[in-house]
Design a protein around this ligand. Sequence first.
Ligand SMILES: Cc1cc2nc3c(=O)[nH]c(=O)nc-3n(C[C@H](O)[C@H](O)[C@H](O)COP(=O)(O)O)c2cc1C
Length: 367
Amino acid sequence: MIVPPDTVSLSDYEQHFTDRVDPAIRAYIAGAGADGITQRANREAFDRLRLMPRALRDLSRASARATLLGEAMAYPIVVAPMAYHRLVHPDGERATATAAALTGTWMTVSTQASVTLEEVAATAPNNPLGNQLWFQLYLRPRPEDTLALVRRAEDAGYRALVLTVDAPVNGLRNMEQRAGFRLPADVSPVNLVGMALDEVVASRPGSLVFQGMLHNAPTWESVAWLCAQTRMPVLLKGLLNPEDVDPAIAAGAAGLIVSNHGGRTLDTLPATIEALPFVAAKAARRLPILMDGGIRRGTDILKALALGADAVMVGVSVLYALAVGGVAGVAHALTILQTELEVAMALTGRARLADIDRSVIFDPPRS
Ligand SMILES: Cc1cc2nc3c(=O)[nH]c(=O)nc-3n(C[C@H](O)[C@H](O)[C@H](O)COP(=O)(O)O)c2cc1C
């Protein structure tokens, strides 16, 4: 896998991915819920925001180092949890984790990873640079299966749990359906071998969705139960509504991830960069806030930090880079984002992440 020399931005990786990857796999990876309105909104909302430059500030000691959950990180960037990296690379999550470790980027491994969580951890252990691996969890129908995953993640050295709360039922993935996407025989959720499936209880009276698919769906009590089972911090991923902040804190969450699942679940949800300031205001620095959805440029990261995020997650672009360039592609893509963030900080005169506040966003004077 050789990264084409004209690949200089994350959108170049997207273009090369589109040119190369099988249409059904493409529909799964790049696809969105229903009509893709939220997925597009994630990008459009970033593009509408303009930045206010600052000239001639002293940047001689500038740095984009961050602190998250009390730990230092090289850049405020975490790889988002994504299922089935082996769809686009034979080493799957191992390749992504190697690239993340090489670039000092923390990474979240999905419950639905196509490589076992132990193999990923063995490839890219938490290292002296402080790189962390996090494990993303969907609560299993049987609590003992959830606990088994939590213990395995603890034993393998994962440092936090990311509990995804915005997908108790799958989004309507019309693009995947039209393309006829099916998991290839050699790609599967290997962490879940032997566990009970999310059975659809079709025989129950009532709605297939409510009494069928959601008959066992998690609630705030399940979150409190999970937080009490582990010493790992538990971050909740998939919140957009400020009304969910207090219940999350009451249940024991250590952090919140403002996310609409990259537009893959409920279509017409708002763009995450638009929801972020409301969630951040409600949280009032009681716990760290991350966001994802549409991050493609260092300027997007700067905007997210300005509007209340402590760090961002990067999703589908990482898979684009993995498909196009393997380990080198992902390392290159993450380095591009890091460099772009530094350039954006320099040209807006912000020497530290702590200097990035709302005043970095250009507010046109109202006439
Ligand atoms: C192919 C793919 C698979 C995903 N799988 C998961 C998953 O297993 N668990 C999860 O919490 N989020 C999953 N997500 C959502 C991402 O974690 C993240 O919220 C989203 O991709 C961020 O938006 P972006 O892709 O625009 O960066 C997935 C996203 C993609 C593109």
